[in-house]
Each structure stands twice: as C-alpha cells, then as structure tokens.
Design a protein around this ligand. Sequence first.
Ligand code: C2E
Ligand code: MG
Ligand code: MG
Ligand code: MG
Length: 288
Amino acid sequence: RAKTDGRSVFRMFESRMDSEARERRLLENELTEAVGKDQLVLHYQPLVDAETGAPTGFEALVRWNHPVRGLIPPAEFIPLAEQSHLIIAIGDWTIHQACLAATQWPEHLTVAVNLSARHFRQSDIGVVVNAALAQSGLKPNRLEIEITEGLLIEEPEAVVEKLQQLRALGVTIAMDDFGTGYSSLGYLLKFPFDKIKIDRSFVEASAKDSVARDILRAIATLGKILKVKITAEGVETAEQAAFLSEIACHQLQGFYFARPLDPRDMPHYLLSTVPTRAPDVAEEARRA
Ligand code: C2E
Ligand code: MG
Ligand code: MG
Ligand code: MG
C-alpha cells in the first residue's frame, strides 16, 4: 500500500512539474513575441530632490502588458528572459524606449534604466547605449544606468572597462539595491560609480530599528567620502523622508512621493509638479 501511495504521490508531483515546465515554456514563447508585438511598456517612477521634494528624474520600470494576463511585473518575466538571449532584445528595447521618452520631458530631468547583468556582459553595451543616445537625440548626461552588485563578482576587469566606456559617453552609473548583495566596500573603490541607491529594506527597517538608522547614516557618510550621490529607494512615509533628508541623502524615491506612473499619466504629472518657468528669485528672496 505504502508503495502504491508513494508512486501516486510521485506521479502527481511529476505531472505538476510537467505543467509548471509547460507553463514556463508557453510564457517564454509568448515573451519572445512580446517585444515585436509592442506588449512591453515602461512605467516611470519619480526621483525627487531630498531637500526640495522636486522631481529630478524618473526610473524606467518595465512591465509586460500581456493580452490575457494583464500587466505582469518585471520580477515575473525578467528572470525568465535572463535565461536566454531574450534579455538582450528586452534590454535594447528598454534603453531605446527610455531615451526616447525622456526627450519629451523638460531638459533638467534624467531617466534611469535598469540593466541586467547578463545583458551588460553579453552585449557591447557601450555601442548599444551610444546608439540609443544618437537615435533619440538625448543628451548623455540625462541618462543613468542602474546595475546591481551581482554584476561585479565575475570578471571584474571586463566590467570596469565597460563601465568606463559608458562614463566616457557622459552617462551616469548607479549601483542599485546597495546593501543587499555582496556589498563589498572594495567594489565601491574599484568601480566607477556616480551614485549609490540604498535598498529599500534599510529604509523600511529604519522606522523601528536604530541599527538600521545608524547603517543609513554610515552609508550617507560613505557617500560623502567617496563623493558619490546617495539615493534612498522605497520611501513610504513622511517620517522616513524626513530622516533620510536629515542625514543628507541627495535623492528619494518611493510610494510616499509617487508610484511608478503609466506613460499616459506622465504629461499630467509633469505639468502639475514641474515648474514651466525658472523659479522667481525675487519672490524666493522675499520669502526667505
Ligand atoms: P529596482 O530597480 O530596485 O526598482 C524598484 C522597485 O521597487 C520597483 O518595482 C518599484 O515599483 C518598487 N518600489 C518603488 N518605491 C517603492 C516603495 O515605496 N515601496 C515598495 N514596497 N516598493 C517600491 P518593480 O517595478 O516591480 O521592479 C522590480 C525590479 O525589477 C527592479 O528593482 C529591477 O531590479 C527590475 N526591473 C525593473 N525594470 C527593469 C528593466 O527594464 N530591466 C531590468 N533588467 N530589470 C528591471
Ligand atoms: Mg533600479
Ligand atoms: Mg533599486
Ligand atoms: Mg530594489
């Protein structure tokens, strides 16, 4: 009895594996066509100046607008894309699309693009980025590339060379999700970063945990020493925002300020938050 039970459990397990694998293959096939079918879309989440709260730019965050499943978040298809060459097609599309979108925004606003480590390694990323800048006409200093620490583990020399190529174009490099990965301080010295984005787990913990607040202070100090800008992500409350600006983070990003915006909502957001003319200096002097 025990034996047959065991076997039927095994068969159930086997068929579940089958259907999961089938499901994944289906999604993979659909994803292959998604780029050509215009099903990918970038949403844009504002980054704001920690002192003034005014937007300094946006991070482009990809979604898959699936005809049946609706809007699929990146966590559900980027890892799949990373298992094949698909990540290159998606990454190329993302960079081009983000640059193009930013040309429609006021000149002082930047656009940040997340680059997958696999895309970065497998392609001639300097050429890809240069092409996106040339075709869109976006000024290089308005483009920011976000990479994660995972990229830095293998073949660090090759990575440094590519990062330097990007910087030579005039593009800004940010280290994303700082503090979650291998976070070696050595990386910060070895790699040419302009910006550190502190992972939201530290921000989240900061409300209750004084050690988390001390770590945030330490990262802000590190930023000063290394002369890199510090951005905090995942800011959800006024208290978090106040603390982070008090410890001199440069930029803040999170639901407290804005969720990632559907591109159709961008014109309205830009009109309502970004002054269309230079601030009135005389008026500001009177108020001071
Ligand atoms: P990330 O680059 O760290 O992006 C921040 C993520 O945190 C976004 O999730 C954003 O919606 C979310 N977020 C922002 N503010 C808050 C907040 O206040 N609270 C909470 N709980 N979450 C917040 P999203 O859009 O689901 O993206 C998840 C990750 O997927 C990104 O993390 C990034 O690693 C990756 N990703 C997104 N777009 C792309 C892309 O175009 N290419 C690649 N390779 N990866 C991407
Ligand atoms: Mg990011
Ligand atoms: Mg991040
Ligand atoms: Mg993150």
